[in-house]
Write a protein that binds this ligand. Structure first.
Ligand code: NAD
Length: 416
């Protein structure tokens, strides 16, 4: 039984629909709905005022059947074990949909990075890394950035791990600075994947991106890049919100200028090139495409009815509750699910891991071409599966993912 509002509960509901269609054996069903390993650590950090604070951190390895666990690390006051477990499960399905040789993992630390100094963040990152060090490594579990973590935090993570093992290990983490083994194109990869799946969806639905209106919730790594690349395709970004509020312009926001504004002010609020937009109003905008790119549980039964878009591309993980998804599906809204729409990030993380292990690096053009090919292929497989089983894209993505993990689990057999 999962609790009301449980993120893992939402994952389970999505899983169950597809597992039923696949007629999954009860034993496999049980295996694939339990996390392999959940680690809880306490991370003491001496703060700048001299006091010692203890932060709780998690690392969940949900399933490693297809390869090492892969998944980001989130720093947020609202992190819970339930949320991290759901995110680790989604990583499992995402890697399987994108046909990457990875399992699923996720990490999180309960903290408010907006109120921490650079030194405190470094101390927390190093201590968290040290606390989970036995469980991670290029063949075991390879973290990456997520909400409120970035290249610098990955650099500290990689350095701490390298110091412990006694040699420089670049492949222990992805999303690193390019100078220390990061991949060109990684920063933009998730947003680029969102743009590619939006473009393929528009093609399928029979409308042009050029001139289409797009609303974006969340203007961080994923939302800002998706907006920028969609604008380059000729779409009009008519509204954007972040945690402080939003900005709208029916003739299209100037995204490079908005990105420069956010770099300076840390929020889209106050941008001169548009009018203020209430945080909740982003879902009510007149737009053909909606991109939720903030956090989970944003599109609910309460606001799903307000949405006018005919295409939703889930940049964030778990932005739509299962009940809201049902309402949208009944209304014929085409939803590209998170495990497909935002798989560009982990795909280029995989490319980064491959490059690190070879010690041979690709050009940005090569990275982007390979990403394009992987995303288009994943989209096509999921679309064909949706048509074959007469289900929506979310159920289809789960059918593809669960099918792949289940096949390998059966082949490997039971170690006991
Ligand atoms: P980020 O920290 O760079 O940006 C998050 C953005 O969401 C910020 O603009 C923030 O202000 C905004 N936000 C937070 N709460 C909000 C709210 N209640 N309403 C409106 N806006 C709000 O994070 P990110 O890396 O862009 O990740 C965003 C989502 O995408 C998360 O769900 C994450 O798990 C998912 N994701 C990220 C990646 C990646 O490569 N970064 C890959 C796959 C999925």
């Amino acid at each position: 039984m999962t609790q009301q509002g449980s993120v893992f509960g939402a994952m389970l509901r999505e899983f169950e629909g597809a597992a039923r269609i696949l007629n999954l054996e009860p034993g496999l069903w049980r295996m694939l709905t339990h996390a392999k390993r959940q680690i809880i650590v306490s991370c003491p950090v001496q703060m700048d005022n001299g006091e010692i604070e203890v932060f709780t951190g998690y690392r969940v390895q949900y399933n490693v059947t297809l390869g090492p666990a892969k998944g980001g690390i989130r720093y947020h006051p609202g992190v819970t074990l339930d949320e991290v477990t759901a995110l680790a499960a989604w990583m499992t399905w995402k890697c399987a949909v994108a046909q990457l040789p990875f399992g699923g993992g996720k990490g999180g630390v309960i903290c408010d990075p907006t109120n921490m100094s650079r030194r405190e963040l470094e101390a927390l990152t190093r201590r968290y890394t040290a606390e989970i060090i036995d469980a991670i490594g290029p063949d075991k579990d390879v973290p990456a950035p997520d909400v409120n973590t970035n290249e610098q935090i990955m650099a500290w993570f990689s350095d701490t791990y390298s110091m412990h093992v006694g040699h420089t290990s670049t492949a222990v983490v992805t999303g690193k600075p390019v100078e220390m083994g990061g991949s060109l194109g990684r920063r933009e990869a998730t947003g680029r994947g969102v743009m590619i799946t939006a473009r393929e969806s528009a093609k399928h639905l029979g409308f042009e991106l050029t001139g289409s209106r797009v609303a974006v919730q969340g203007f961080g790594n994923v939302g800002s890049v998706a907006a920028e690349l969609l604008a380059l395709q000729g779409a009009k970004i008519v509204g954007v919100t972040d945690w402080k509020g939003g900005v709208q312009n029916p003739t299209g926001l100037d995204i490079p200028k908005l990105i420069a504004h956010v770099a300076e002010h840390k929020t889209v609020l106050g941008f001169a090139g548009g009018d203020a937009l209430g945080a909740a109003d982003v879902f009510k905008l007149d737009a053909e495409i909606l991109i939720p790119a903030a956090l989970e549980n944003q599109i609910t039964e309460d606001n799903a009815g307000d949405i006018k878009a005919k295409l939703i591309v889930e940049g964030a993980n778990g932005p739509t509750t299962p009940d809201a998804h049902k309402l949208l599906h009944e209304r014929g809204v085409f939803v590209v699910p998170d495990i497909l729409a935002n798989a560009g990030g982990v795909t280029v993380s995989y490319f980064e891991w491959v490059q690190d292990r070879h010690g041979y690096f690709w050009t940005e053009k090569e990275v982007n071409e390979r990403l394009e090919a992987k995303m288009v292929e994943a989209f096509d497989v999921v679309l064909k599966t949706a048509q074959k089983y007469k289900v929506d894209m979310r159920a289809a993505a789960y059918i593809v993912a669960i099918g792949r993990v289940a096949t390998v689990t059966r082949m490997r057999g039971m170690y006991a």
